[in-house]
Design a protein around this ligand. Sequence first.
Ligand code: C5P
Length: 227
Amino acid sequence: MGGQLPTTIAIDGPAASGKNTVGILLARRLGYPFVDSGAMYRAVTLRALAEGVGMEDHEALAALARRLRFHFTSSSERFPAGRIFVDGQDVTDALRDPMVDAHVSLVARIPEVREILVRQQRKLAEDGPIIMAGRDIGTVVLPDADLKVYLDASSAERAYRRYRELRSRGETVEFAQVLADLEQRDRLDREREASPLRPAPDALVMTTDSLTPDEVVAQIMHTIADC
Ligand code: C5P
């Protein structure tokens, strides 16, 4: 990077690996916008569930992805990842509904849906510095990103993080169920044919079980300084 800051930063990894938390902290540090690409797959899923579109109806799901208009706002105290509006409606909280969790990987495995959303994600990255988090950002969406980070952690640790997050929001969930759901989603994301979850060959792979988000950011900043 020749002493320059990376302009595009891709952060990938499985569910609850800390991509958003780390991405937001890094975005604040560098003054870059942050985009959570998973929110787009969640938004299509949310709308499909609301409209009664079947998860096997690839054509209708692709039409939905094509029709929806996304708008991201920048980070704020209450919404660190920013807010996401779909066709003018604020869906930030609704995207975290457990029903969306349970169905989103079925929508995300459809190549036509991915093609439409990837095009929009690339457009968001056209206008300057960006940090984008997801599953295929370093491998497919922004393969020329200046810095690629792949965050991982054991499924027990990731499920525990998700469990604490759900509990803090007042949801009554069992740890064993959270773990089973997370492993099922990971399996679908890793084993699908279209853009499966995997680290880019040139990604900085970090296992974060025993690291705080601040420590992960510090290591990334260290890597940036060394480049
Ligand atoms: O990141 P998050 O857990 O919110 O993503 C929800 C789902 O969206 C993932 O489980 C995955 O199926 C899908 N996704 C994807 N590609 C991305 C981002 C998310 O397939 N770039």
